[in-house]
Design a protein around this ligand. Structure first.
Ligand SMILES: [Zn+2]
Ligand SMILES: [Zn+2]
Length: 338
């Protein structure tokens, strides 16, 4: 999908490590914080007040990276260089009024509610003629730079298409033209036939750690039927997708009994009116940790050379996740079990 090779060097997994570690102090967080800019009823830097929301809450980012007031006439650069104004709309979606929950700890029904919000946002923003792409993503955990644990994601609706989705769209269309098949359907088929990297499936949704994983715990969730975006999922598909997402996230958290950090991105077709019949909506998780307290560093091969070098075999990592229970460890505590 990205037109790149992954180098698997799983024999290097146990070489001694003398580098930096990540600490995850398990502090008990309150369910409401008076100075959290995402908690219900609180004042934000813009002097706007959050609703007293009870499920999800969407608002325009007070510090947008893209806005429609970005300078439009920018000086032409010298020589071979080109530039264009990057404009759009940046929003924040709070998953829950509860400050101390994570996506993994929401009920499947609450996750389904969030999926419906994503459907609405993609449709509403994507319909605007100046918007060519809607990027929905969540950065989770201090190791990916998030200091506020209040569960939330961000939306960048922009007049340009982000590179990865542009590549995936182009490669998917080419595959469709050449073979008459949907690329992601071929991936699902291959994962089914092998079976070792499947993590969960129900009638209409599937979760797996792909053959081509670049990160140790890189995992995907997708509907089984092809949809170019989340917007066209039926109510049944939303319910199944929420269940798959829930099980996957619980397994990740249970692995080291810690809130598993990740970058989560919805991969959806651009909204520029192009032909995206080959595009199959999916969510990708890129967790930066290889082991508890051990980050995957992007270095010479990745940053320097442009290809990921994976220190782990995807089948082994998938087996670790398959072995995890489908009940969150925090839930187990609450139910009074050890
Ligand atoms: Zn909060
Ligand atoms: Zn993708």
């Amino acid at each position: 999908m990205r037109e790149e090779w992954i180098i698997v060097a799983a024999h290097r997994q146990n070489r001694p490590w003398h580098g930096e570690t990540v600490e995850h102090a398990q502090s008990a967080l309150p369910d409401y914080l008076p100075d959290c800019y995402l908690c219900p009823g609180n004042l934000r830097v813009s002097d706007k007040r959050n609703d007293l929301y009870t499920s999800t809450f969407v608002f325009d980012n007070d510090h947008p990276c893209v806005g429609f007031d970005a300078p439009q006439d920018i000086a032409k650069p010298e020589g071979i260089y080109r530039n264009r104004a990057a404009v759009g709309i940046a929003r924040v979606v709070c998953y829950s009024p509860q400050h101390n929950l994570t996506l993994a700890e929401l009920e499947a029904g609450e996750i389904a509610g969030l999926l419906r919000v994503w459907q609405e946002q993609y449709s509403e923003l994507g319909r605007r003629k100046e918007i060519r792409h809607v990027l929905i993503f969540e950065n989770k955990g201090e190791v990916v730079g998030v200091s506020n644990p209040h569960p939330h994601c961000q939306i960048y609706a922009t007049n340009f298409i982000f590179k990865t989705m542009e590549t995936e769209a182009r490669v998917s269309q080419r595959h469709l033209a050449e073979s008459g098949r949907i690329l992601f359907q071929d991936i699902i088929k291959a994962e089914h036939e092998d079976g070792r990297r499947l993590l969960f499936e129900n009638e209409t949704a599937i979760a797996f750690l792909p053959y081509f994983a670049r990160y140790a715990y890189e995992v995907y969730v997708a509907p089984k039927r092809t949809h170019a975006s989340i917007a066209t999922l039926t109510e049944d598909e939303v319910t199944d997708f929420a269940e798959a997402l829930k099980v996957l996230l619980v397994k990740l958290d249970n692995l080291w009994r810690m809130p598993f950090p990740y970058v989560m991105t919805l991969h959806q077709a651009p909204t520029d009116g192009g032909d995206y019949r080959g595009f199959h909506f999916h969510i990708e998780f890129h967790p930066p940790l290889r082991r508890p307290n051990l980050l995957k560093y992007l270095a010479g091969p990745e940053i320097g050379g442009g290809n990921f070098l994976s220190d782990t075999a995807p089948e082994e990592k998938a087996a670790e996740l398959q072995a995890q229970p489908e009940v969150h460890y925090n839930q187990t505590y609450r139910d009074g079990e050890p």
